[in-house]
Design a protein around this ligand. Structure first.
Ligand code: CMC
Length: 427
């Protein structure tokens, strides 16, 4: 591969450097394009544009490969745990036993959320969607932690990481408790991070909460699978907002909002709602497949297709296995799950889906496990956000430490040329 790309505009040739990544991904560095040629590129949805170089996550959509810091997602899901993976993503290496113990203890130092946050939660109607509340509460954390992090100071950065990991988990579960009208719960520093999620959600003052290790284990795995996915919509948002030197909480809050959309993390909720709609309609999966294929119908098969994975989603494979284990352990017999299986089989055999490489993605199966665990549908995307948090932090940190410039794309203006102002009486 030549290390120079040549572009010809109006008969004049320009040379641009070619960058090759660790896994031989090729990119043309057009940093000087506008300066030298006066032209820009246009790439809606950034399907061909790299916004940065990154050492965090490698993803090969054609081969279905996902690696965090060089470790395969399959190995991490089987042999590691969520906090270890968070450490790996954020700090670059798997922690030693002493490092992970310290990390967990340091997170515990920040698990108490300011009581005044409860006043903010009280301002929301109980019917508010948990993702909207979570975005607002994350942003509100800025008010209680107004000092912005000096990213060049390792100790400050480390403290900010621990604080974010601690408080985000607690407020995420508070969105559910508010919804249910339950008293808000506190983190138990004698228990693990993922165990705490279950307790924070479901433990009631009226009696002890019985933890199911199979569920905790599956949830830990799900969080690992969601932990990072390079420059997806919410992560790019976090990097973009952070590039203006907005703080970590403000940047993460914008990531939560981006994740909420049904084409991104909101798809896990949309999948379940779709399956329930199919059930209500009589359970005819072929009818809904036909709707998804009809170009005049806006309906899409939720949980199918991916911008990057055009072969299979490696996360979906792991989750499918975990889903089978959890469902067997919990002895779940749910007609909605039968519809999911039928739909999956029919879509995988359908020419429209096959020819467009549309496979079940991570969200198709995650919703099914969450439902079996008793997690309400509206909380599904919140769980995605908890899993994605380490990735957002790692990417924000990398962007700031690398001193990336403020994100500010260009455009091609296609509106009206200059025209004379028309007086209001003559319009
Ligand atoms: N159902 C029916 N048709 C689809 C679907 C779908 N779920 N996804 C893509 N297509 C069709 C699309 O209409 C187009 O057809 P044609 O070539 O005839 O015009 C073709 O497949 C290519 O689709 P695209 O919209 O150009 O692909 P994209 O890369 O822009 O979109 C996507 C990717 C994930 C937004 C899309 O597949 C989709 O909307 N899926 C459903 C929502 C979903 O499950 N999202 C979760 C993604 S995984 C979690 C995450 O990381 O966020």
């Amino acid at each position: 591969m030549s290390n120079i790309a040549i572009l010809e505009i109006d008969g004049k040739k320009y040379e641009f450097p070619v960058i090759v990544g660790t896994e031989n991904e090729v990119a043309i560095d057009i940093n000087k394009l506008r300066g030298e040629t006066g032209a820009i590129t246009i790439d809606p949805g950034y399907k061909n544009s790299g916004s940065c170089t990154s050492n965090i996550t490698f993803l090969d959509g054609e081969q279905g490969i996902l690696r965090y810091r060089g470790y395969s997602i399959e190995d991490l899901a089987e042999k590691s745990n969520f906090l270890e993976v968070a450490y790996l993503l954020i700090f670059g290496e798997l922690p030693t036993a002493a490092q992970i113990e310290k990390f967990e203890n340091d997170i515990r130092k920040y698990t108490l959320v300011n009581e005044e946050m409860k006043n903010i939660i009280d301002g929301f109607p109980r019917t508010a969607h948990p993702m909207g509340v979570l975005a607002s509460l994350t942003s509100a954390l800025t008010a209680f932690n107004p000092k912005s992090v000096n990213v060049d100071n390792e100790k400050e950065m480390y403290e900010a990481v621990c604080k974010t990991m601690a408080k985000f988990l607690v407020i995420a579960t508070w969105t559910y408790r508010k919804n249910m009208g339950y008293p808000l719960n506190y983190y138990d520093n004698t228990k693990g991070y993922v165990e705490n999620f279950m307790r924070l959600m479901f433990e009631l003052p009226t009696g002890p909460y019985k933890m199911n290790p199979v569920v905790v284990n599956a949830l830990d795995k799900l969080f690992i699978l969601h932990a990072d996915h390079e420059q997806n919509c919410s992560t790019s948002t976090v990097r973009m907002v952070g590039s203006s030197h907005a703080g970590l909480f403000a940047s993460i809050s914008s990531g939560v909002s981006a994740l909420w959309g049904p084409l991104h993390g909101g798809a896990n909720q949309a999948v379940l709602e779709m399956l329930e709609a199919i059930q209500k309609d009589g359970g005819d999966v072929e009818k809904f497949l036909a709707k998804a294929k009809d170009k005049n119908d806006p309906f899409r098969l939720m949980g199918f297709g991916h911008r990057v994975y055009k072969n299979f989603d490696p996360r979906a494979r792991i989750i499918k296995k975990a889903a089978d284990e959890v469902l067997a352990d919990l002895g779940v017999d749910d007609p909605v799950l039968d519809i999911a299986k039928k739909l999956e089989k029919a879509a995988l055999e359908d020419e429209y889906f096959k020819s467009r490489n549309l496979y079940p993605n991570v969200d198709f199966y995650s919703g099914i496990i969450y439902r079996a665990m008793g997690i309400p549908t509206e909380m599904f995307t919140v769980l995605f956000a908890i899993g994605r948090l380490p990735g957002w932090i790692a990417q924000w940190k990398e962007m700031r430490v690398n001193k990336e410039p403020i994100g500010r794309p260009r455009q091609v203006y296609t509106g009206s040329p200059l025209r004379d102002f028309t007086d209001i009486n003559n319009r």
